[in-house]
Structures are given as structure tokens and as C-alpha cells.
Design a protein around this ligand. Structure first.
Ligand code: 3PG
Length: 398
């Protein structure tokens, strides 16, 4: 995949560069103020922003935040993000501009070399998600060059992602390039054995990635509530465990694939984490648990089994927790494997982790720094690993 990259732009001095970033970050209350709860995505965009500033460009940032549905919502303003970015860049916080108003346009017009400004939440406008041509043209009119650094939003065919590049010379930012290069290498030439761990709640969102990864990996270890579908499909009673009736047929088909590895035991308990016990998977398809109990984490034997496979891997990719890890009693599978992946990643094997909850889990291990690549993409990473050319990447190809 050959990309038009921002370091190929010859003259940036004095140019206005419109940069699509993904600053869709979690927020939290701090007294009366709303502040950024996790600035990982903002930090990830810094190399591109700093590069452009270093080249003397005028940087206009744009992002979505949450899902305001085309209306301005105070609690989804990019204001706290401007403040967080200001701190990271050691600059004055960049207040989001009402770029459609005369005041905002004047501000953009008067920008000086080496200045950064940010537009207000793109999804305050209906035109963004509808990929409205006029809206995209309006955005494009603010700048001379377009850079897309929002890998995490590259699976969305929205105006700021696929519309704007129709009007401006368009390039991939440094984060976009890095994500594509790392995730692309997983699909193209992974060192073997290649082991993938896929967890999380909904199998319907992971079927395509499971199917594509099965063509590439040596083993695919499954965990999280999505495995409930496999046990239900195999004829076990799974009590109150969540599953997707529509996906049982696919799960049954996937059960035949020898690369798929399923848990051999579970932590069974109630959803509040009050009562929990370990249950081995019996050969006979009888009850694994009964209502109100559910399968809420992989058990100790499964951790051992998965660990022995992970230990032999040369390439590891992990997306989705192994259990309901927000409750400490059901967090052991996720944390144990997270620690192992981090420990193995450090210089020995190539380890890639992605997805909002998985990143949260890896942060809990306090070993995130050892992972070779933590993708900023949740849905985007999955769709990329499905083998799709994401709509946001297409306009950036040579
Ligand atoms: C993400 O957080 O995965 C991206 O910012 C995409 O957000 P969206 O699912 O609201 O489009």
C-alpha cells in the first residue's frame, strides 16, 4: 500500500494545512469542569502536528467527538481537548473555532506561521456524517493542503475523511502511515507462529476479522462473551451468558476450524461479582452454568493453555478482553494474558494491541510501554484486519 505521505510535500512554509485527527477521547468531570480522561489519541497525533509546525505551516485541526447527531451539544465541545492539546504542545490552549461564522474565518485568515487552531466538533453539522459535498467544500476552502492522520476514523466515509480530499491535495499523516505500515505487515508478512487473541462481547462485530485472520494465523485464541456463542452452538447450557442467536450458525461452522482455540474452563458467576467459581468444560454437552449465573472470564487452565501458545508465538495481535474485566473477580484472564503479551513483546516478538477496552486492559497491567504497537483504532483496526481498504485510506493512495 503506497501512500502519499506528508513528508513528500515540498513547500509547507506559510501553507494552511487542514489536518483530520481523531480526538474522539474519553472525557470526565473534574469539579465543575469537563476534562480529557485519557489523552493517548491526542499524544499519538503530536508527531504530525509538530512536523507541520516545524516546517512553518499553519495547522488547522478538525475532529469529531462522540455522537451529537448533527447538533451543537455543549458537553461534546472540543474545548477540553483544545486545553489538553495546548498543555502537550506547551502552547496556549486552542479554543475551537466557529469556522462558519465571520469571526472564525477571520481568525483562520489571520493565522500566522507556526500557529495551531482547531475547528469545533465536526459532528455538530449534519453534513459531516452524510458526507455532504457542500460541507466538505466549505472545510476544504479553509486550507491549501489536506492531511489525514485519523486512522481511528478511517472506516467512516464522512465529509472530513472522504469529501475534503476531493478538493485538496491530500496526504497521510505520520500516525496514519505508522498504523497502516504496522497493521499491514501483520497481514502481509508476519513472522510465524502468528497468534491472534480475539475477545470482547459481540461476535457479530468480529466474524469478518476472525475469518480473515484464520487465513493468516497459526492459532486464533478466543475469549470474552463472544465465545458463549460457540458453546451454545455446540449444545452446552450457558445460563445467563449473553449470546447472539443469529450468529450460532456461523459459530457452528467456525467450530470445525482447527486453528480456533476455545477455553477449557471458565469463571462462572453473577454479573455483580459477588459469587464466582471455576467450572471446567465437560466433554458431555451438559450445563456449564445455570441462570442467573454466566460465563464471565476464562479459567486458570485456559490461561495456562493460551499462555503456552502465546509463548511460542513470534507475532501476536490482541483485540478484545477475555472476560468482564471491569469487575476484579473476572479480570484475571485478561490481565494475565495482557502481562504475558507485554512481556513477550519487549524485543522478543512483535506484539500489537488495539481496541478501546483492550487498551484500557493493557493500561491496567502497567506494562503498556512494552507493547510494540498500540493501535489507536478500534473499529478501524478491526476493519483493516478484515482485509478491507478503508474509505479514509483510499484518497491517500498513490
Ligand atoms: C473510535 O473511537 O473508534 C473512532 O473515533 C470512531 O468513532 P465512531 O465509532 O463514533 O465513528
Amino acid at each position: 500500500m503506497k501512500l502519499k505521505s506528508l513528508d513528500e510535500i515540498k513547500k509547507l512554509k506559510g501553507k494552511r494545512v487542514l489536518v483530520r485527527v481523531d480526538f474522539n477521547v474519553p472525557l470526565k468531570k473534574s469539579g465543575a469542569r469537563i476534562v480529557v480522561a485519557d489523552n493517548t489519541k491526542i499524544r499519538a497525533a503530536l508527531p504530525t502536528i509538530k512536523y507541520l509546525l516545524g516546517q512553518g505551516a499553519k495547522v488547522i485541526l478538525m475532529s469529531h467527538l462522540g455522537d451529537p447527531g448533527g447538533k451543537a451539544k455543549k458537553n461534546l465541545s472540543l474545548k477540553p481537548i483544545g486545553a489538553a492539546l495546548g498543555k502537550l504542545l506547551l502552547m496556549k490552549g486552542t479554543a475551537p473555532a466557529d469556522w462558519e461564522g465571520r469571526k472564525g474565518l477571520k481568525k483562520i485568515d489571520e493565522m500566522k506561521t507556526g500557529e495551531v487552531m482547531m475547528l469545533e466538533n465536526l459532528r455538530f453539522h449534519v453534513g459531516e456524517e452524510k458526507n455532504d459535498r457542500k460541507f466538505a467544500a466549505g472545510l476544504a476552502s479553509l486550507a491549501d493542503i489536506y492531511v489525514n492522520d485519523a486512522f481511528a476514523a478511517a472506516h467512516r466515509a464522512h465529509a472530513s475523511i472522504v469529501g475534503v480530499p476531493k478538493f485538496l491535495p491530500s496526504y497521510a499523516g505520520l500516525l496514519m502511515k505508522k498504523e497502516i505500515s504496522v497493521l499491514g505487515s501483520l497481514l502481509a508478512k508476519p513472522s510465524k507462529p502468528f497468534v491472534a487473541l480475539i475477545g470482547g462481547a459481540k461476535i457479530s462485530t468480529k466474524i469478518s476479522v476472525i475469518e480473515n485472520l484464520l487465513k493468516k494465523v497459526n492459532s486464533l485464541l478466543l475469549g470474552g462473551a463472544l465465545v458463549n456463542n460457540f458453546f451454545k452452538a455446540a449444545g452446552y447450557e450457558i445460563g445467563a451468558s449473553v449470546y447472539e442467536p443469529k450468529e450460532l450458525k456461523t459459530a457452528k461452522k467456525l467450530l470445525k476450524n482447527k486453528k480456533i482455540v476455545l477455553p477449557v474452563d471458565f469463571v462462572v458467576g453473577d454479573f455483580k461479582g459477588k459469587k464466582a467459581r471455576v467450572v471446567s468444560v465437560p466433554k458431555k454437552k451438559i450445563a456449564l452454568c445455570k441462570k442467573p449465573y454466566a460465563l464471565l472470564d476464562i479459567g486458570p487452565e485456559t490461561i495456562k493453555k493460551y499462555a503456552s501458545i502465546v509463548r511460542k508465538a513470534q507475532t501476536i495481535v490482541w483485540n478484545g478482553p477475555m472476560g468482564m474485566f471491569e469487575i476484579p473477580k473476572y479480570s484475571h484472564g485478561t490481565i494475565a494474558l495482557g502481562r504475558l503479551i507485554a512481556a513477550r513483546s519487549r524485543g522478543k516478538v512483535f506484539g500489537v494491541v488495539g481496541g478501546g477496552e483492550t487498551i484500557e486492559a493493557i493500561e491496567k497491567t502497567k506494562m503498556a510501554e512494552y507493547i510494540d504497537h498500540i493501535s489507536t483504532g478500534g473499529g478501524a483496526m478491526l476493519e483493516f484486519l478484515e482485509g478491507k481498504v478503508l474509505p479514509g485510506i483510499k484518497p491517500l493512495l498513490k
